[in-house]
Design a protein around this ligand. Structure first.
Ligand code: ACO
Length: 428
């Protein structure tokens, strides 16, 4: 049954098709609105705009629901491996044992990066931010694999690019960290799992004296799963828009990494720890910082609080908070920053300003505390987010490509000068 909503403007009534999703989300299809009426819609920050149909991730911000391909984030974080979740997001179904072996085997064959990539790393200054390096190096991959840009790329070409990217991102992230600290790169070891291999490349100098702690590995696995997709967020929308011009996957993901870096998005995990350290160094007066966050003349915001779509709670933050306690206990870490985080959360959640605006701790509020306990340096936190988000970005890019979506190109309401005559220099 076709449903329509009616829009009346200047005595003309237009019928807008109604679109319903499988979870009964209702949208008005305005794609023909301009042709029918000359009107466009205005929605700064895309707060209320559906950019696409998608069958990958379902999110209900009011109820705090997050599901990948129908499976709840709670069940996946508890029972799955990051490799399984990556497969699920990209291929749409949980893998059989045989398919997972095939996937893992293929990925582990591509973990090395070309030796010439070292030259690029050497060009970065010591202490270069790992996110800047990661974005640049992923874009650089496109020059080593030019077939990815081929307009007639086959399904097999695309699959190879996907497996290469999944395989190489941990290697590049670990090498970015090594460059940042001035240490030699550690090459991948392909008999390790995805997360073990990353930990080995980060912290192992010689295979015989580095033991991967199962607590650390399991926490990392959970963190990556929780970050794996989040429907049309800023970085994912970036990946889709860049990819919609038929740019290759490496360039599209590189753009997504850049979008993620901002402190209002994934960069918040680094900003949260820096904020908590600042509060601690300042004497720990929480009310002072809460007041600053509420003061509209002060640009300070409580980092790790608030979310565009979650207005009651962020289900990922709920899981991470429990995991943070478990990890700190298992590793015997006593982190005063965690105490400040908990106190800050308690004070903010009672404050009318935060309650009335639905500002709750988001995924980034507690993830940094776990990363610290795992020994990951603060500047690497957003790279960790990027590792987790990669399968989601890939799945979204693939869906967009397979659906042959049109190029992303918003419109605007022009508010500048109307036409005026050029004024010669002598008369200005
Ligand atoms: N501290 C203080 N006030 C805040 C905060 C905050 N962290 N977040 C939002 N507000 C206030 C705004 O000032 C605004 O107040 P007003 O209605 O009086 O003008 C109101 O809450 C709504 O905020 P918006 O900025 O309009 O909400 P938006 O959906 O555009 O932004 C965002 C969401 C960017 C996440 C915001 O809450 C924020 O900046 N949070 C801090 C950064 C952060 O933690 N980012 C990570 C998000 S999770 C992720 O991307 C993985």
């Amino acid at each position: 049954m076709n449903e329509f909503a009616q829009l009346t403007f200047e005595e003309k009534t237009i019928e807008l098709p109604v679109v319903r999703g499988t979870e009964q989300e209702i949208a008005l299809d305005i794609s023909k609105l301009r042709g029918q009426s000359g009107l466009i819609t205005l929605d700064r920050g895309f707060k209320n705009t559906g950019a696409t149909h998608s069958a990958i991730t379902y999110l209900d911000g009011e109820k705090g629901i997050l599901r990948y391909r129908g499976y709840s984030i709670e069940e996946l974080a508890e029972n799955a491996t990051f490799e399984e979740v990556s497969y699920l997001l990209i291929y749409g179904e949980l893998p059989t044992e045989e398919r997972l072996d095939w996937f893992n085997n293929s990925v582990s064959h591509h973990t090395l990066v070309h030796e010439n990539m070292k030259t690029f790393f050497h060009g970065f200054p010591l202490g270069a931010h790992p996110m800047g390096m990661l974005s640049a190096m992923v874009s650089t991959l496109s020059t080593f694999y030019p077939a990815a840009q081929n307009a007639n790329r086959s399904v097999e070409d695309i699959e190879l690019t996907i497996h290469r990217l999944i395989a190489k991102l941990p290697t590049l992230a670990a090498q970015a960290y090594k460059h940042n600290t001035g240490h030699p790169a550690v090459y991948p070891q392909n008999d390790l799992s995805y997360t073990e291999n990353f930990l080995y490349m980060m912290f192992g100098l010689r295979s015989e004296d580095y033991m991967i702690d199962p607590v650390v590995n399991s926490a990392l696995n959970k963190l990556l799963i929780l970050h794996a997709d989040h429907e049309q967020n800023c970085s994912t929308a970036t990946v889709r828009v860049v990819g919609s011009s038929r740019a290759n996957l490496y360039s599209s993901i590189s753009a997504g990494i850049s979008a993620l870096w901002g402190p209002l998005h994934g960069g918040a995990n680094q900003a949260v720890i820096e904020m908590l350290e600042q509060i601690k160094a300042d004497g720990g007066d929480l009310q002072k910082w809460i007041d600053k966050a509420k003061d509209k003349t002060d640009s300070f915001r409580l980092m790790g609080f608030g979310h565009r779509v979650y207005k009651n709670f962020d289900p990922r933050a709920k899981i991470i908070k429990v995991a943070a306690d478990e990890v700190l206990e298992a590793l015997g870490v006593d982190d005063p920053i965690l105490d400040i985080a908990k106190e800050l959360e308690a004070v903010a959640l009672k404050d009318e300003y935060f309650v009335s605006r639905g500002l709750y701790p988001n995924v980034d509020f507690y993830s940094g505390i776990i990363y610290r306990a795992l020994g990951i340096p603060t500047e690497m936190f957003t790279d960790m987010f990027a590792l987790g988000r990669l399968p989601g970005w890939i799945a979204q890019w693939k869906e967009m490509t397979e659906n042959n979506e049109p190029i992303g190109r918003p419109r605007q309401v022009y508010t500048g000068h109307t036409e005026r005559s050029f004024v010669p220099m002598s008369q200005r």
